[in-house]
Design a protein. Structure first.
Length: 276
């Protein structure tokens, strides 16, 4: 059986899915057609129901509960690993509500966290995540919301931190930050959903047991990133929650959804969030 699967070319996703899509584990008759895109593109593809299985921002999942259901394996959650709001070292920002901010997409969890911290900040401009630092440095925007590997390198480029939204979340809510999850079409057979979840978990287990095995695939898709940054990226975003969300991870997702609903940042219909 052939299934489409979408995830980003970032090191953590390639680390998680390498064994699955490159047949380093037995995929039990399933073949996966890989679509590599940045996270906001995947969010939009999910809204259109284009993919059988996909990584998406947990914020985007709020709007997609009818089409998809969350798998237990493959997610990115953690403590103090959230997006960082940065500006130029030369900047003289006084009132954050009045500034222009480059964001990696309206549907990203990063944008949700920014809205949580600064509900009156309205001048947001969407950029591909990899172009945000340059937009700030060239003065196209006052500040930028950076995600992924940029959190490890922004200071080398003359940017300074305004706020770490991961730290903000953890000061507000004593739970890991639900950044991105793996979802599968709800209409697919439940046994198939369970099989895909089991295979993704096996893929993560293989990666943990054979960390160097995935590095060729990671490097192939990470463009010009150096190996040290790649490994930092993987270590930050791939952890025990990637094997199984567990009660703590599921609770974190529910807390995020309920907090957003409470503050009227979004609304959603109650539906089963995660496979049994």
């Amino acid at each position: 059986m052939n299934l489409t699967i979408g995830y980003s070319p970032c090191p953590n996703d390639c680390f998680v899915f390498d064994a699955l899509v490159n047949k380093k584990i037995d995929t039990e008759g399933l073949n996966f057609e890989v679509i590599l895109e940045d996270i906001e593109t995947l969010n939009k593809k999910a809204l259109e129901g284009q993919l059988d299985i996909t990584k998406l921002s947990f914020h985007a999942y709020v709007y997609n509960l009818k089409q998809y259901i969350l798998l237990r394996a493959g997610s990115a959650l953690g403590f103090n690993c959230g997006p960082i709001l940065v500006t130029s070292a030369k900047s003289k920002i006084k009132n954050l509500d009045d500034i222009s901010v480059a964001i990696p997409g309206k549907l990203t969890t990063a944008n949700f966290l920014l809205s949580l911290a600064y509900p009156n900040l309205k001048n947001k401009i969407e950029y591909t995540f990899s172009d945000i630092e340059e937009a700030v440095l060239k003065g196209k925007v006052d500040a930028g919301l950076i995600i992924h590997e940029n959190r490890f390198t922004y200071h080398e480029k003359g940017l300074v931190k305004i706020i770490d939204l991961g730290e903000y979340w953890n000061s507000l809510i004593q739970a890991p930050i639900p950044l991105g999850g793996i979802v599968i079409k709800r209409h697919l057979d439940k046994d198939l959903q369970q099989k895909v979840n089991k295979l993704i978990k096996k893929s993560v287990e293989f990666a943990f047991q054979n960390p160097e095995s995935s590095m060729q695939y990671v490097k192939q898709n990470a463009q010009e990133m150096n190996e040290e940054v790649m490994k930092k990226h993987i270590n930050l975003y791939v952890n025990s929650f990637s094997l199984d969300l567990g009660d703590i991870g599921i609770n974190a997702v529910e807390l995020m959804f309920n907090k957003g609903k409470e503050l009227k940042l979004f609304d959603f219909e109650t539906n089963q969030l995660i496979i049994d």
